[in-house]
Write a protein that binds this ligand. Structure first.
Ligand code: DOR
Ligand code: ZN
Length: 346
């Protein structure tokens, strides 16, 4: 391996929004070229809250893959106030469903069917705990009295710590960490708790929302935070701790839905996901730690095999297109019209 290339075991994306229909068919290849597997988020309309719906969604994704692709979608269920213990048992049994996602009602895109109060989910959570089915958490309170930038930290205190006490063996992933408090929580919480970190939260702080004007394409949830938080995330991701692993939260929205008086949350990063992580790790002088974060710690946590294949990245600057197709519309990717320092070799 020379200085200009890095070779890694093929990575997986432990948090991905693929959408459905034409939009899904537009974005799928970006992920399938880079990753062997991805945990596919269930926040469709209507939400993917049953095993039958998850298996049907999985079939649509697999049918959209080009011949010869080995990409494996790992499905999730959307937790609601009505999720039953029986549905969790069927999910664990089917072999294709790997986790259940908690969206606090109203917290983000298509979260209106989310959980209004975790007390409604006791039976489902007990079942998940005994089945070893992880709970993936969108960790933000929705209380309008709480400052948007504090919602992750308050969620940890108000919701997550009591939840871990009530369910001492439940596996939990705090998704898309954005704060120092989130990092500290995951570090101190014992082996059954992990956290995913996005490329955009490693590379951007909240100034990116206002650089020379309002930047809707940098708006996501949880929202970008101060530089001290970005530094804490970069430190965690590059620390070599198996409690932190890769989850892009790549979330495509049509350009018109982002450039709007009430723009949608989500950055599209699937077009260059592993390349963007390589930039962040290089910035921290920790490229040798990228493989653990991207390719080892995720499957280890989920109890799956590490991938056998490898990928190669070359240090070569390329220009990102202004947009990519998204069904009949287009999506503006992270770094649109700008440069990325690493390139995937086929
Ligand atoms: O920015 C986000 N976009 N955060 C989420 O939690 C959901 C996602 C989406 O689905 O668009
Ligand atoms: Zn997400």
């Amino acid at each position: 391996m020379d200085a200009m290339t890095i070779s890694l075991r093929r990575p997986d994306d432990w948090h991905l929004h693929l959408r459905d229909g034409e939009a899904m068919r537009s974005v799928l290849l970006h992920s399938a070229r880079r990753f062997a597997r991805a945990i596919v988020m269930p926040n469709l309309r209507p939400p993917v809250s049953t095993v039958a719906a998850a298996l049907a969604y999985r079939r649509r994704i697999v049918a959209a893959l080009p011949p010869g692709s080995n990409f494996k979608p790992l499905m999730t269920l959307y937790l609601t106030d009505n999720s039953s213990a029986d549905e969790m048992a069927r999910a664990a049994e089917c072999g294709c469903i790997h986790a259940v996602k908690l969206y606090p009602a109203g917290a983000t895109t298509n979260a209106d069917s989310g959980v209004t109060d975790l007390r409604h989910c006791t039976a489902a959570l007990e079942a998940m705990q005994s089945l070893g089915l992880p709970l993936l958490v969108h960790g933000e309170v929705t209380d309008p009295d709480i400052d948007v930038f504090d919602r992750e930290a308050v969620f940890i205190e108000r919701v997550l710590l009591p939840l871990l006490q009530r369910f001492p063996d439940l596996k939990v992933v705090l998704e898309h960490l954005t704060t120092r408090q989130g990092v500290e929580f995951v570090r101190s919480a014992g082996e059954r708790v992990a956290g995913t970190i996005t490329a955009h939260h490693l590379l951007l702080n909240r100034n990116a929302l206002f650089a020379g004007g309002l930047r809707p394409h940098h708006y996501c949830l949880p929202v970008l935070k101060r530089e001290i938080h970005r530094e804490a995330l970069l430190e965690a991701a590059t620390s070599g701790s198996p409690k932190f692993f890769l989850g892009t939260d790549s979330a495509p929205h049509p350009r018109s839905a982002k450039e709007s008086a009430c723009g949608c949350a989500g950055l599209y990063t699937a077009h260059a996901a592993i390349e963007l992580y390589a930039e962040a790790f290089e910035q921290a002088g920790a490229l040798e730690r990228l493989e653990g974060f991207a390719s080892h710690f995720g499957p280890d946590f989920y109890g799956l095999q590490r991938n056998k294949e490898r990928i190669t990245l070359r240090r070569e600057t390329w220009r990102v297109p202004e947009s990519y197709p998204l069904g009949k519309e287009s999506v503006v990717p992270m770094r649109a019209g700008e440069h990325i320092a690493w390139k995937l070799c086929d």
